[in-house]
Ligand binder design. Structure first.
Ligand code: SF4
Length: 142
């Protein structure tokens, strides 16, 4: 599955869930997306829920912004850097992120970055339309 395939499928899942939550306020929606609540009530939303495992090792994890609005991926590669294909980047070059450099590839490593999983951040850029929110990255000037 390409990143675009995953992104498109996730957007559809998100849209379906938001229909179910349409009577909740924005704050209630954000709280609904807390890992503990989602793992209990929306088991199919993320494969990690059935394993009761978090994608980031942190006490407070909000799943509304999976994926991150700052993450950029190109299945064909953005460029060649020192002989390696650069597949993904962070548009704000977050100090919490890193780069994974393989033999032939470079990928953005978001494992240590909690920016999109903090509720203060989710509230700041919140949109009930997840796809629109993905385009609200400050890096895009929106
Ligand atoms: S490093 Fe952080 S801000 Fe940058 S793309 Fe990854 S999760 Fe988003």
């Amino acid at each position: 599955m390409t990143y675009l395939d995953w992104f498109t499928a996730h957007a559809a899942k998100h849209t379906d869930l938001m229909k179910k939550l349409e009577n909740l306020s924005d704050d209630e929606v954000i709280r609904y997306f807390r890992f503990e609540n989602m793992a209990e009530k929306e088991r199919d939303f993320c494969p990690l829920y059935s394993e009761n495992t978090k994608c980031h090792d942190t006490a407070e994890l909000n799943c509304y912004l999976c994926a991150c609005p700052h993450f950029r991926f190109n299945d064909g590669g953005f460029s060649i850097v020192e002989g390696k294909t650069l597949f993904s980047i962070c548009s704000i070059d977050s100090a919490e992120g890193e780069r994974y450099i393989g033999e032939h590839t470079i990928h953005q490593n978001c494992a240590g970055c909690l920016i999109p999983h903090r509720e203060s951040y989710v509230a700041k850029v919140f949109d009930r339309n997840w796809l629109a929110m993905m385009g609200k990255s400050p890096a895009n000037g929106l």
